[in-house]
Design a protein around this ligand. Structure first.
Ligand code: ZN
Length: 415
């Protein structure tokens, strides 16, 4: 059999996903396996035992990231790595993160089965506390690994019971000794369910991911004057909500103005005093703008600020908008994006480009090494939910793309 004809084992991948999902299984068919709990330890132990059975050597770093290595012909080359996370949300699903780790493991199992050797070593990684539901910040393991924040900062994080990351790592036996980041990476690929509805809606199997949307978050306050809804004529009001709704509509207009990746969302509104016969005197609301390049996101930023200034001038109301968060867009490396695109085309799967609107460990690895992602559809675009679901054939397709992208990146030994 030629390497081009090589395919992963769909049934084996599915069985592994179902077996891992039993650790922390919930009644509604989901998974609750929070980072650094006893259940996380059980999940980690299971994946590590599978890695050992596949002949992989295991390294754990000081933030509990686990690397499982398959030797290459040339040990001097940095490994081609793939993985994700196995911690879940409190009402999480079977596939978010777990799929990326077990797809990478299935790639290794397939290569073992067919005795295919690569030039560069291959590694399966799983990163600590990607979800951030028990400990903040999110994407903790990959964040420390890539220097986004310090090991001490991560260690000091505590859960609501006051237990710290460091103590919990120690307790479950995953406080390793390797210094985070002192682990070379040649390239990083992450397979993941899309967590959005785009692929399913378009009827496509593989999402090639050019990058991750950047975001700008703002808190906005419009200050008017409370007055009685009856005696106050329309022309003599300082209605904060009336002005605020115009701004909220403009947030959505700006999202619409920059397709296909522009996003404009107002998700939180507080009206004071929130009484039916009082003209609102103050409105606080959130604004969330996203796009795929820093230039587009900056244009959207300028436009909303200009609009707010203009409305303040026209109405005489005080409007305060403050940016409270900014994450720049993360374009993935052209070589990795191309490797995914080429593998998808060779395998003949239907495909489209899908940007990621959610955070992933690959955002951080992209700071250290060429990185890329592969998306597969999930039912109704739902994730972070116990009803999260995906089709075995789609998961297998994504895993086949991962296999061939990794082989192209690592180089197959032919002799
Ligand atoms: Zn995830």
């Amino acid at each position: 059999m030629s390497v081009q004809q090589l395919r992963i084992n769909q049934e084996r991948l599915w069985q592994s996903l179902m077996e891992l999902a039993q650790i922390g299984a919930t009644e509604k068919g989901g998974v609750k396996r929070l980072a650094l709990t006893d259940l996380d330890k059980q999940g980690r132990d299971l994946v590590v035992s599978w890695g050992r059975a596949a002949g992989l050597s295991i390294t754990i770093d000081q933030i509990g990231n686990v690397f499982m290595r398959r030797a290459g012909r040339n040990p001097a080359l940095p490994p081609v790595m793939s993985g994700s996370h196995i911690d879940t949300q409190p009402t999480g699903g079977k596939f978010d993160g777990n799929y990326g780790v077990l797809a990478a493991l299935e790639v290794i199992r397939t290569l073992n089965e067919h005795q295919i050797e690569t030039e560069a070593p291959l590694e399966v990684a799983f990163w600590t506390n990607e979800e951030g539901s028990r400990f903040v910040p999110v994407m903790m393991g990959s964040g420390v690994f890539c220097g986004a924040f310090s090991l001490e900062h991560a260690y000091a994080a505590t859960d609501t019971a006051g237990l710290s990351v460091k103590d919990e790592l120690q307790r479950i036996g995953y406080l390793g000794d390797q210094v985070p980041g002192q682990h070379p990476v040649g390239a990083y690929f992450e397979a993941h369910i899309e967590q959005g509805p785009v692929l399913e809606d378009a009827g496509k199997v593989i999402g090639v991911v050019p990058g991750v949307l950047g975001l700008s978050w703002y808190d906005c306050t419009v200050t008017g004057m409370e007055a009685h809804a009856g005696p106050t004529p329309m022309g003599l009001r300082k209605d904060a909500l009336q002005v605020a709704t115009g701004i909220m509509q403009e947030v959505v207009n700006i999202g619409n103005r920059y397709p296909p990746y522009g996003r404009g969302t107002v998700g939180m509104v507080q009206v004071f005093p929130n009484s039916r016969n009082v003209i609102p005197g103050e409105v606080k609301f959130s604004m969330d703008l996203r796009n795929v390049t820093a230039e587009l996101l900056d244009t959207m930023h300028q436009e909303i600020l200009a609009f707010i200034e203009q409305r303040s001038r026209e109405t005489g109301l005080k409007i305060h908008a403050e940016r409270v968060s900014y994450y720049p867009p993360c374009p993935f490396h052209p070589d990795c994006v191309e490797a995914v695109r080429t593998a998808t085309a060779a395998l003949g799967y239907s495909t489209m480009d899908v940007v990621s609107g959610a955070g992933h460990d690959a955002i951080y690895t992209a700071r250290l090494a060429p990185s890329g992602m592969i998306f597969v559809p999930c039912k109704d675009g739902i994730s972070h939910n116990e009803i999260e679901d995906a089709q075995p054939a789609h998961l297998a397709a994504g895993c086949n793309v991962l296999l061939h992208a990794m082989l192209a990146s690592a180089g197959v030994v032919q002799d």
